[in-house]
Ligand binder design. Structure first.
Ligand code: PBG
Length: 339
């Protein structure tokens, strides 16, 4: 009795080899025609660092090609981004002065509210999202207020609510809490609604692992913790089921979008989450992932554009709807000019 499977795969002889996946890989036209995944520029989010004061864009040493901007630089930047086909930015601020409770973070005339207003004025078509955290504003560099040597959860949520309201009042479309406090999404949602900002969306960094890959960002943000680390609130990278639990909680608390980071270490989570949550799911390719690619390419290890395309396509294939990446501008430029 001939086995159908044996015949189909042709293990008897080459003549019987009927199934040949290479047929559709033969030409570029065929490959493009059947490709399953695309990294459309509309899905990319460009992170923007903003500092108080003046003096123009300033390069960040640990992140070649990325600058820290002042509010005045954001008009021209916003128009450039729009012209390049970038649809959304994620803003990160730094403080003039750091306090134990990070109070500049909810100052309505602080750097992020000013940045939001400037971008909305200059580039009204951009989706403006803001990071909601305290680490760049606290004197100790932790993501919340410290009580008895620990980051106190509920008081921090209260402050994060104020930060979110300050950003929403300035016109932010989306606020993105990244402090990893329990209940922060619910608290922020309530604060926004009480403040009349029921249309402002919440994008939760629900799955944020304690990671070595945030190193360069902490230079950009001047936010390295003065003592200890963030493992008491960020997730343990060994845990995947817990990540799904965090996402479910955030969705239940009213998150409109979710985020997973770092990206490359979370492909399994993207794939599992995509099947379970209904809201848009984003992957954040963080500063260390960016620096790793940049440095390797500088040393001739590989071609930067090819490496970036492969990494981003893997995130889309795994299930990311949106990708936050410092490569956003380069990728958008390549997709416009075909390299
Ligand atoms: C703030 C925050 C961090 C990042 C995003 N939001 C740093 C951290 O938690 O230490 C990292 C982003 C990056 O590395 O690109 N809490």
């Amino acid at each position: 009795m001939p086995d159908r499977r044996t015949r189909a795969t042709g293990s008897r002889s080459t003549d019987a080899l009927r199934v040949r996946p290479r047929r559709l890989r033969r030409t570029a036209a065929l490959r493009d025609w059947v490709a399953e995944t695309e990294v459309e520029p509309r899905r990319l989010v460009y992170p923007v660092f903003v500092r108080p004061g003046s003096g123009g864009p300033r390069p960040i040493a640990s992140m070649p090609g990325i600058d820290q901007y002042t509010v005045r630089d954001l008009g021209p930047l916003g128009r450039e981004l729009e012209g390049e086909g970038i649809r959304a930015v994620l803003l990160f601020g730094t403080s003039r002065r750091k306090f134990p409770d990070g109070r500049e973070a909810w100052d309505r005339d602080g750097v992020i509210p000013a940045a939001v207003r400037e971008l909305k004025r200059a580039a009204p078509g951009l989706v403006v999202t803001t990071d909601v955290c305290l680490c760049a504003y606290t004197s100790h560099g932790h993501c919340g207020v410290v009580r008895d040597g620990e980051v106190a959860n509920d008081p921090t949520c209260e402050l994060l609510g104020r930060v979110a309201v300050a950003h929403a009042a300035a016109g932010a479309d989306v606020v993105a809490p990244s402090a990893m406090m329990d209940g922060q999404v619910g608290r922020i949602r309530a604060a926004l609604d009480d403040g009349g900002h029921e249309s402002t969306a919440v994008w939760s960094y629900s799955t944020k692992h304690a990671s070595a890959f945030y190193g360069p960002f902490r230079e950009a943000e001047e936010s390295t913790p003065a003592f200890g680390d963030r493992r008491g609130y960020q997730m343990d990278p060994r845990n995947g089921r817990e990540a799904l639990r965090e996402m479910a909680l955030d969705e239940a608390e009213g998150a409109d979008l979710l985020m997973v980071k770092p990206a490359l270490t979370s492909l399994d989570l993207l794939a599992r989450a995509r099947r379970r949550v209904a809201v848009p799911l984003a992957a954040y390719q963080v500063s260390g992932e960016y620096a790793m690619v940049k440095r390797a390419a500088e040393r001739g290890v590989f071609d930067e554009a090819a490496a970036v395309d492969e990494l981003l396509v893997a995130l889309r294939r795994a299930g990311a709807d949106l990708i936050v990446t410092y490569f956003a501008r380069e990728v958008a430029r390549r997709s416009r000019t075909g390299r």
